[in-house]
Design a protein around this ligand. Structure first.
Ligand SMILES: [Zn+2]
Ligand SMILES: [Zn+2]
Length: 307
């Protein structure tokens, strides 16, 4: 149970039964879902819905812009101080720490849709790719060999080890804000439990399922402009839901780019925000998509290479 709070507890030693789901350890994940039923107890208000939506937006951007495009792919640069701020925002998404996230994602690109890809819907099926793989003993571990560049920073290692801290602080802040609003602005009709349930539990669960559609649906559902070695797809609906990540076939074709919508009509909200941050001097060296990488690519036999 110590592993709920300290991800390094028991992480040493051989990885026995890597495919087994560690039920005790996933209790918080199940609890997160069950806590959403609290909406029937706490009721709803406009402010609670607005807070839930805003936290979805900020944290989805943190996942795609920071955990994915920055920590996993180094698609742009920033200062060490802001790097830590980005990591804290990413950790608030309750998708574990930046090192864990980046390590699994880098391995996904190395082994996409092969037997070594931990969340391939082609090899393991929809449910496993969506929410089975990271509940296993193997899924909890971080492959340190692929994140040496990130491990150099002790502040990132600390955040990653105690990845529960930021989510707990967020939940407490939401509860406290609700208590204050009930006392000082009773006209808003909210309270501590209501902001906690909508702002933390509901928002986090919706955010989680939207994020993992990129592992599950975006390797199954959509079109293929590029004949990549995997089964990745471009899907406009998933791109809207995940602020640009749905252009997943583009991304597998050229993962290093800060931009995933390659055409003007491929809406990529994350990229627009990153461009704005670059204009403000917060980030720099956003990697572009080379012109030679943008044209449609087919396999030599004319197929799109789908598996
Ligand atoms: Zn993928
Ligand atoms: Zn990626």
């Amino acid at each position: 149970m110590r592993q709920w709070f300290d991800t390094e507890a028991g992480a040493e030693g051989p990885d026995r039964s890597p495919e087994r789901i560690d039920w005790l350890r996933v209790v918080p994940f199940i609890g997160l879902h069950l806590a959403c039923l609290g909406v029937f107890v706490v009721g709803v208000s406009w402010i609670a819905l607005a807070v839930a939506a805003a936290l979805y937006a900020v944290r989805m951007f943190a996942i795609t812009g920071f955990y994915h495009r920055y920590f996993s792919h180094k698609a742009f640069r920033t200062s060490r101080g802001l790097q830590f701020v980005f990591a804290v925002l990413g950790a608030a998404s309750v998708q574990r720490g930046p090192l864990w996230w980046a390590a699994h994602h880098r391995n996904h690109h190395r082994h996409s849709d092969t037997a070594r890809d931990v969340h391939s819907p082609v090899v393991r099926g929809f449910v496993w790719s969506h929410m089975g793989w990271f509940l296993t003993n193997h899924g909890f571990r971080t492959d340190r060999s692929v994140i040496r560049d990130l491990e150099r920073f002790p502040e990132l290692r600390l955040l990653d080890r105690f990845d529960i801290l930021v989510p707990v602080a967020l939940a407490a802040a939401l509860y406290g804000s609700g208590v204050l609003l009930e006392r000082h602005a009773p006209g808003l009709g909210t309270n501590g439990p209501q902001l906690l349930v909508w702002g933390f539990f509901v928002s986090t669960v919706v955010l989680f399922h939207a994020t993992v559609t990129i592992n599950s649906l975006a390797h199954r559902w959509g079109s293929r402009r590029f004949a990549t070695r995997d089964n990745s797809r471009n899907n406009w609906l998933l791109a809207l839901l995940t602020f640009g990540e749905g252009w997943h076939n583009n991304h597998h074709h050229f993962p290093g780019s800060a931009r995933q919508g390659f055409r003007w009509w491929e809406v990529d909200l994350t990229y627009y925000v990153l461009r704005t941050m670059a204009a403000l001097g917060l980030v720099w060296d956003l990697k572009p998509v080379p012109a030679a990488m943008r044209g449609v690519r087919r396999m030599p036999d004319g197929s799109d290479g789908r598996t």
